[in-house]
Write a protein that binds this ligand. Structure first.
Ligand code: NAD
Ligand code: LMR
Length: 338
């Protein structure tokens, strides 16, 4: 028998035995900040992902419109919208993966750290919701400054007694996506054939591309190394300046976020050999968090790979990266402990 369900003020007519609550196969994914510049294309691309059965879109503004729009796409995932703080817990309950692009973006002249004062509080509140409603979810944190927001999330989870370091991942995939693109340009290759490990963190000199480990194996002149390292480290600023006050990377970020989320979901499904770079709780260096290649599994981060052999240029870069990273990590931890 047909019956009606109230959704976002619209009456939806459905038969009783229909898939009204989402398919049984696939994963439940929430996007927090889903109406934003990253959130909207990210929501669209996740709706197209066959591994997603339920997609929850949460924001403090505009989710009804975005949800209505995306819900008309004839793909498998069932989409539900959640507007405002009072709906955060409903948005998070039962989720397998939570992707967080909530928060303000940079304008020209700003560093990512200039976003700390606003975004730290946003990330803290959202992570408190995760501890309460889906403490076993994998968390993909995009909000900047990633070098501080990941330590903030870890502290929130520790306070709540729910911290599992394997399930918290800072998204540095855009640095890898850029590195693959720029290196392919220089080498005259298809970017899909290129794999550049990028380690460290996600801001300026903390972004450390390991050009000595590029696949397919190749060598660069000193000028090429200088050009590529600088361009990869400044990729975000390049977009911020081109957008001239209208925000930072959103489309390439949504692409990178989906590439990364898909890897996390394939890991959750039990696929073997899923390896990506991410900013995680790590013992690869003396710092408590560091980005490097990680292997993803049903538990999130199953294995963290060492940095491998570095040349002198990369060893110098590593020292600079660690110095800046240490301060950003401490700042995040202090924000929650204070
Ligand atoms: P945006 O301003 O277009 O969108 C942000 C969204 O977050 C808005 O819709 C806003 O309403 C929402 N929001 C604000 N407070 C919220 C709250 N408390 N709960 C839920 N949602 C909230 O910004 P954007 O361009 O989408 O960028 C978002 C963040 O991602 C920025 O911090 C940016 O620096 C960062 N970013 C990170 C990377 C990366 O590589 N990790 C890349 C690009 C951008
Ligand atoms: C990026 O790398 O594009 C993002 O971190 C956004 C920014 O502020 O540069």
């Amino acid at each position: 028998n047909p019956h009606t369900i109230q959704m976002e003020g619209n009456s939806v007519l459905r038969r009783d035995n229909c898939r009204a609550k989402g398919g049984s196969a696939g994963f439940k994914v929430a996007i927090l900040g889903a109406a934003g510049g990253i959130g909207q294309p990210l929501a669209m691309l996740m709706k197209m992902n066959p591994l997603v059965s339920v997609l929850h879109l949460y924001d403090v503004v505009n989710t009804p419109g975005v949800t209505s729009d995306i819900s008309h796409m004839d793909t498998g995932a069932v989409v539900r919208g959640f507007l405002g703080k009072d709906s955060l817990e409903d948005a998070l309950t039962g989720m397998d993966l939570v992707i967080i692009p909530a928060g303000v973006p940079r304008k020209p002249g700003m560093t990512r750290d200039d976003l700390f004062n606003i975004n730290a509080g946003i990330v803290k509140t959202l992570c408190e919701g995760i501890s309460k409603c889906c403490p076993r979810a994998i968390v993909n944190l995009i909000s900047n400054p990633v070098n501080s927001t990941v330590p903030i999330a870890a502290e929130v989870f520790k306070k709540a007694g729910t911290y599992d370091p394997r399930r918290l991942l800072g998204v540095t995939m855009l640095d890898v996506v850029r590195a693959n693109t720029f290196v392919a340009e220089v080498l005259g290759l298809d970017p899909r054939e290129v794999d550049v490990p990028v380690v460290g963190g996600h801001a300026g000199v903390t972004i450390l591309p390991l050009l000595s480990q590029v696949k397919p194996s190749c060598s660069f002149t000193p000028q090429e190394i200088e050009y590529l390292t600088t361009r990869i480290q400044n990729g975000g600023t390049e977009v911020v300046e081109a957008k001239a006050g209208a925000g930072s990377a959103t489309l390439s970020m949504a692409y990178a976020a989906v590439k990364f989320a898909d890897a996390c979901l394939r890991g959750l499904r039990g696929d073997a050999g899923i390896v990506e770079c991410a900013f995680v709780d790590s013992q690869v260096t003396e710092l408590p968090f560091f980005a490097s290649k990680v292997r993803l599994s049903r538990n999130g981060v199953e294995e963290i790979y060492p940095l491998g052999p570095l040349n002198e240029y990369e060893r110098n870069g590593l020292e600079k990266a660690k110095k800046e990273l240490a301060g950003s990590i401490d700042k995040g931890i202090a924000f929650v402990r204070k």
